[in-house]
Every structure is written in structure tokens, then in C-alpha cells.
Design a binder for this molecule. Structure first.
Ligand code: TYD
Length: 208
């Protein structure tokens, strides 16, 4: 059986990745393709990872603890969900992945000294996605959107514009190491969806 494809979706909080992931799900459902996909979200996505997620979002943590917990959650996800599903021929769409750690923990948090640790963990633990999509939006706009959502704000949502500008800059630098597409998320939801699907379909071998 052919291995599935692994797609990772990234963006600063409020950049619209959730909406685009939902539109992708709708498209797959409408075309009877959804069974061939597994949608995941980081941090979390496994029983173990959901507990780790709670700890990450609840407490102020030392920067090394924060990195190790994101990788603990990621390792459970990779071993228990991502690898088995890819082997079965399923495609994975993951809402956030390792690029978030580079962008938030190194650039957002200004902890360049932790880059070697992250690269070590990447080498030991990670699978590199077939493609990264980065939904890129002006930080002021994404912050307004993220603030409007009343769902439980995490301690990351409470960071200021300068933090998220560093995160955005980090994304743009680090994404260059991978197969990727940066999508301008200032466009309309429909236009973004069209650009996203047009790029994604050939990778997933979808002809419709
Ligand atoms: P979540 O509520 O899942 O945010 P979103 O819906 O925007 O994805 O919260 C996860 C937060 O954790 C989010 O603000 C980004 C942050 N994060 C990191 O700092 N590093 C990481 O490696 C990951 C995966 C997430």
C-alpha cells in the first residue's frame, strides 16, 4: 500500500487556519474522501498528549520545560497516530506541528540558546511533513480576531503584538528549510480556500 501524505498547517493565532481546515474537511466530505484522512491537532491529539496540553497551557514554564513538553506531546502523536495512519495509507492533516516550536519557543520567546535542543529532538523524534502551509496574516489583524474568540484564551493568546511579530518572522525564516507554501491570509476566505486546495490536490492525488 502506498504511504499517506503528511500535511502540516501553521499560522499565528487568529490567522484563519481553523477556518481553512474546516473548509478542507467539507470539501473532502462532499467528495467522499474524508475516510482517507486523519485530522490532528497539536499540542494534544492523544490521551497522553491532551494531559500534556493542559499542563502546557495552564502553567508558566521554564523555556526548556516548555520545549520538552511540546516534544512529549508530539512524540506520543507521532508514535501512536501519525506513523500508524501513514502506514495504512491515510493522509494526515495536522493543525500546528514542529514549525510552531521553532517559531514560538525560539523566536517568540527569544530563546535562541534552545535551538540546538530543538534540533536534537527533531532529529530523534520527528517526521518531516510532505508539505507545510503557513497562513500569513498581519499580526494586528490576527490578534484582533484571536481576541474576539471567547473560547478559553490560553497564556499564548495573552502575548502582545511584538511577541507575535517575532513568531511570524520566525515562521518565515524557518519554513525555508522545508517543502512549503506561504498563503497570504489577507485575502477573502474563498480566495484563500481556492489557493490552498489548488496547491494541495496534486500532492494528495485528488483529481476532482
Ligand atoms: P491552541 O488553543 O491549540 O491554539 P490554536 O488554536 O491557535 O492552534 O493553543 C496552542 C498554543 O500553543 C498556540 O498559541 C501555539 C502554541 N504552540 C507553541 O508555542 N509551540 C508549539 O510547538 C505548538 C504546537 C503550539
Amino acid at each position: 500500500m502506498e504511504k499517506g501524505k503528511f500535511i502540516a498547517i501553521e499560522g499565528v493565532d487568529g490567522a484563519g487556519k481553523g477556518t481553512q481546515i474546516q473548509l478542507l474537511k467539507n470539501y473532502l466530505q462532499d467528495n467522499n474522501l474524508l475516510d482517507n484522512f486523519l485530522f490532528l491537532k497539536e499540542p494534544g491529539g492523544t490521551i497522553q498528549g491532551e494531559d500534556i496540553r493542559k499542563t502546557i497551557l495552564k502553567y508558566d514554564l521554564d523555556s526548556i520545560t516548555e520545549v520538552l513538553l511540546f516534544y512529549s506531546s508530539r512524540n506520543e502523536l507521532i508514535k501512536n497516530k501519525i506513523i500508524p495512519a501513514l502506514k495504512e495509507g491515510k493522509n494526515i492533516v495536522c493543525d500546528r506541528y514542529e514549525l510552531s516550536t521553532f517559531a514560538y519557543q525560539i523566536y517568540g520567546r527569544q530563546q535562541k540558546q534552545n535551538k540546538k535542543l530543538i534540533e536534537f529532538l527533531q532529529d530523534k523524534i520527528s517526521l518531516i511533513p510532505d508539505k507545510y502551509y503557513f497562513f500569513d496574516l498581519d499580526v494586528e489583524i490576527s490578534k484582533q480576531r484571536a481576541n474576539k474568540r471567547d473560547e478559553n484564551n490560553t497564556r499564548f493568546d495573552n502575548e502582545g503584538v511584538t511577541f507575535f511579530n517575532r513568531v511570524r518572522e520566525g515562521y518565515k525564516k524557518e519554513i525555508k528549510k522545508y517543502n512549503h507554501k506561504i498563503i497570504d491570509a489577507n485575502k477573502s476566505i474563498e480566495d484563500i480556500n481556492e489557493i490552498f486546495l489548488a496547491d494541495l490536490k496534486p500532492i494528495l492525488n485528488i483529481k476532482k
